[in-house]
Design a protein around this ligand. Structure first.
Ligand SMILES: [Zn+2]
Length: 424
């Protein structure tokens, strides 16, 4: 036996003497459940990286998860009461100490799911997270979901006039001859579809105000108001990238807008700045060559952190990004986005102080739909107590929504939507 081996054996012996009888048990710090039609997420936040294995059992459908290095504690037990009866995918959860050092969770399911189980390193205010995302086997189609909710208006089917030239699918006329075709009876209708994107959601609260209000709640309220007002206009329909408090990855927001062939993408935010005195509204579009100011770059970097804080499954995410085909035809997109941005900024300037008098540019990931004019509106600074109060005020939310509607209408008056040959 070499000297080195002897030393090593001695060290091991010493270690086993001083080590506690049981291995260190990880502590669950918090459990959170985010039910949504898209998917239900269950988060276990822990002081260390947890190891979990899972499998699906049939008849009845359930998912069994074994977590190593864990002892049952009251926080973990509180998960049972956190599953709501209206959760789309989880009927109930059972929690138990399966064997020493292994906790077993059994999710009784309402239907077959495709689970994604992954861990996230500490980010934002969070420590380690173990995530269970339960997706329906057949992904939710945004149009089908809206039709089911009675939230999607189709124009009346129009018989093709016999002499009408047949448009090739996906071949779109130039902007100059883009006027919507309306026949004498006013029957031929070109529906305008707007994707409204309330920022953040779920695990990602966004910025928060001094008085405790959260960006994710305020922007959802504003987006819902805006949706109502836009849909009061003829031939306009709205798709919300999220209609509840759950996390939607940035790439998925863009993908949803493309799935419904949105004519515009409008992302709504209410951010914070280090100085509470910062105030005013601003409008941003994508930039091809760097940000228009360091503040714009700072903000884009901060917004792009949403995926890190909200928590994306990296394995899945790469596939998603590839499918969006970023960087195609962005110049045309940015030109149109600028026009939309100016029009909206002009209207918002009538109801709130502007942070900067011109549309700013930076590399916001959520504005990267290559074929949809896209803007991001910072409605006001939630970190400014005066503006936080305004953002919570219904009358102000209405004024803001009205201003955005007018801005969008002005944009379409000057830039009629392309007469897309679409089926929906
Ligand atoms: Zn934001």
């Amino acid at each position: 036996m070499s000297r080195r081996t002897v030393l090593k054996a001695g060290a091991t012996l010493l270690l086993s003497v001083v080590a506690p009888l049981r291995a260190y048990a990880a502590q669950i710090l918090a459990v959170r459940v985010w039910p949504a039609d898209d998917y239900t997420r269950v988060t276990l936040e822990n002081d260390t990286d947890l190891k979990a294995t899972h499998f699906i059992v049939k008849d009845p459908e359930r998912m069994v998860v074994d977590i190593e290095g864990l002892e049952l504690n009251p926080t973990l037990k509180s998960l049972v009461a956190k599953i709501q009866s209206n959760d789309p995918y989880i009927k109930q959860v059972r929690v138990g100490q399966n064997r020493p050092n292994v906790v077993r969770l059994v999710f009784d399911l309402k239907e077959e799911v495709t689970p994604q189980v992954f861990t996230l390193p500490p980010a934002g205010n969070y420590k380690h997270r173990l995530i269970f995302d339960l997706y329906p086997v057949k992904a939710v189609d945004p149009i089908a979901a809206m039709i089911e909710k009675g939230d999607w208006t189709d124009p009346a089917p129009v018989p093709e006039p016999p002499t009408a030239p047949k448009l090739e699918p996906r071949e779109e006329p130039k902007l100059a001859d883009a006027l919507p075709k309306v026949d004498k009876q006013g029957k031929m209708v070109r529906m305008i579809t707007i994707a409204l994107d309330p920022g953040h959601g779920g695990e990602d609260p966004g910025a928060s105000g001094k008085n405790g209000s959260r960006e994710k709640d305020i922007v959802l309220a504003i987006a819902k108001r805006l949706k109502g007002k836009l849909e009061d206009l003829p031939n306009m329909r709205v798709m919300l990238t999220r209609d509840g408090d759950y996390f939607v990855p940035l790439g998925t927001r863009v993908e949803k807008a493309r799935k419904v062939q949105a004519d515009l993408f409008v992302s709504i935010h209410a951010d914070a700045f280090v100085q509470p005195t910062a105030r005013g509204s601003s409008v941003f579009v994508l930039s091809e060559k760097g940000a228009s100011s360091s503040a714009a770059r700072w903000l884009a970097d901060k917004e792009n952190l949403a995926d890190t804080i909200g928590g994306v499954n990296v394995k899945n995410h790469d596939k998603q990004l590839a499918s969006v085909l970023f960087d195609l035809s962005t110049t045309a997109q940015i030109n149109d986005s600028m026009k939309l941005g100016r029009s909206v900024l002009g209207e918002i300037g009538g109801i709130n102080r502007l942070h900067k008098g011109s549309v700013e540019q930076a590399g916001f990931a959520v504005l990267k739909a290559p074929d949809i004019p896209s803007i991001l509106i910072e409605t006001a600074f939630i970190s400014n107590p005066e503006e936080e109060a305004k953002l919570l005020d219904e009358a102000y939310q209405n004024k803001l929504a009205d201003a955005i509607v007018t801005g969008i209408r002005r944009y379409f008056a000057k830039n009629p939507p392309l007469a897309k040959n679409r089926l929906t």
